[in-house]
Write a protein that binds this ligand. Structure first.
Ligand code: NAP
Length: 262
């Protein structure tokens, strides 16, 4: 899906990786709808990129309902949905409150799945479109201090794998993004918490991963949207870990739906 003149809806666009994906898509000619809770940074980015801000709390069920239709009423059919919005809630699972647990699973897993559910029927009817699911290397790595986060990301990676089988032959593409550590506010939070910070430092010290800039993730994501590619793993050093998890997914995809990718 070429980004030039495409209507691209990015969630989590107020800062971090989501804001960089929006900037990169705008550089490639996309028309943007920008979603997050913080209206001021969204409005500022909308002004810079010629996009529209759509402030929304994706943790709220009523706000999620009809959100894609509201974006489409403003700028026409959504061609590309990029689900970036996420929370981290770093710390021991034993100290996590019921409200924080529910909010994390809702924003990270339910909201992305729900927006994808809202957007897909129209894309499939048109025979074109693209969905991006932002998961994490923590969909595979079992990191102390990130139980709920890892659970949400494991769910997203599995959701993406199954959706790709269902979308085969529809003309609609799907890219799963599974980054390692990216220098953003979320990464700073995870580093600052003793349990998850120690786990991250160990992964970096053992050279199993390295830190990357959000712009690198944004460029790789936009490249894969335009190429119709299924997967972004950055840095490449993370690939061996991800292969262990992906091998049974690819095998079952081929066994159950055949070799054709799209
Ligand atoms: N940074 C990393 O090391 C890393 C590594 C692997 C994967 N990832 C994934 O990459 C994505 C982006 O991460 P990041 O590091 O850029 O995170 P970030 O800087 O913390 O940004 C998170 C974004 O999500 C939005 N958001 C949070 N709760 C929301 C809600 N209830 N409703 C709407 N928007 C909400 C935030 O906006 P508001 O607060 O304004 O609502 C913000 O725009 C996430 O999916 C993350 O899991 C990050």
């Amino acid at each position: 899906m070429q980004l030039s003149d495409a209507h691209v809806l990015v969630t989590g666009a107020s800062r971090g990786i989501g804001a960089e994906v929006a900037r990169e898509a705008a550089r490639r000619g996309a028309r943007l709808t920008l979603v997050a809770r913080s209206a001021a940074p969204l409005e500022a980015l909308a002004a810079q990129t010629g996009g529209r801000a759509l402030p929304a709390d994706l943790g709220d069920r009523d706000t999620r309902r009809g959100l894609i239709a509201r974006a489409q009423a403003e700028q026409g059919p959504v061609d590309v949905l990029v689900n970036v919005a996420s929370l981290d809630a770093a710390g021991s699972f034993l100290t996590l409150s019921a409200d924080d647990l529910e909010e994390l699973l809702t924003v990270n897993l339910t909201a992305g799945a729900e927006l994808t559910r809202q957007v897909l029927p129209d894309m499939v009817a048109r025979g074109e479109g693209h969905v991006v699911v932002f998961s994490s290397g923590f969909s595979t790595v079992v990191a102390p201090g990130l139980a709920a986060y890892c659970a949400s990301k494991g769910g997203l990676s599995q959701l993406a794998g199954v959706l790709r089988t269902e979308l085969k032959g529809s003309g609609v593409g799907l890219t799963l993004v599974e980054p390692g550590p990216v220098r953003t506010g979320m990464y700073a939070d995870i580093q600052a918490e003793p349990l998850s910070g120690a786990a991250l430092r160990r992964l970096v010290r053992l050279r199993l991963t390295r830190e990357v800039e959000p712009q690198e993730v944004a460029r790789a994501t936009c490249d894969q949207i335009e190429a119709g590619g299924p997967h972004v793993v950055v840095p490449r050093r993370n690939t061996p870990f991800m292969l262990f998890t992906w091998a049974p997914r690819w095998m079952s995809e081929v066994v159950l739906t055949g070799l054709a990718r799209r």
